[in-house]
Design a protein around this ligand. Structure first.
Ligand code: MN3
Length: 201
């Protein structure tokens, strides 16, 4: 069973003007596809791992054979992170439900959460991700470098933002802060709330 690119549930231009159609198309069909392809090539050497889903591989990365561990970390991580990221994007949703209450409780207010998350995303040096995760019974904001998935550290991703330049450079060039601000207009809070409810249960 080979890993495949998950189907996008919206058109490339669905997130305009916040994320442009050309960036979405290249990001999904080129970058994400490359992570999937390289993961599949690595797993050809270990057919016994081919039936595991990518999240399971990442959660038990230390059990992955050493000769492919770094490939699974980078390209498996890339596949898992992007598969989640596409689902986290939608225009016109408001932060509500249990996740809204949990954010207020953890960070004081939504505005404070937005500020902390944005600062974290801005502070990633080079390529990486900003995350809101559920870990040890609470919400945390943190970064990972490259394509490291929070799952490697047993943290459950609730919200993630890709801050690799490939995610924003065509439209925003070096203006990462503008891209981060734009992201707050296209968060699929219904999905984020669902992930949060699954994490706490
Ligand atoms: Mn990316």
């Amino acid at each position: 069973m080979k890993h495949t690119l998950p189907k996008l549930s919206y058109a490339y231009d669905a997130l305009e003007p916040y994320i442009d159609a050309r960036t979405m198309e290249i990001h999904y069909t080129k970058h994400h596809q490359a992570y999937v392809d390289k993961l599949n090539v690595a797993l050809e050497k270990h057919p016994n791992l081919q039936n595991k889903n990518v999240n399971e591989l990442l959660k038990s990365l230390n059990n992955v054979p050493e000769d492919i561990r770094i490939v699974v970390r980078n390209h498996g991580g890339g596949h898992a992170n992007h598969s989640l990221f596409w689902q986290l994007l939608k225009k016109g949703e408001k932060c509500s439900g249990k996740i809204a209450q949990a954010i207020d409780k953890a960070f004081g207010s939504f505005e404070e959460f937005k500020k902390l998350f944005s600062e974290k995303a801005l502070s990633v040096f080079g390529s990486g991700w900003a995350w809101l995760v559920f870990h040890n019974g609470k919400l945390e904001i943190y970064n990972t470098a490259r394509q490291d998935s929070p799952l490697i550290e047993n943290k459950i991703p609730i919200l993630g933002l890709d801050v690799w330049e490939h995610a924003y450079y065509l439209k925003y060039q070096n203006r990462r802060a503008e891209y981060i601000e734009a992201f707050f207009n296209i968060i699929n809070w219904k999905k984020v709330n669902e992930l949060y409810e699954n994490a706490v249960n």
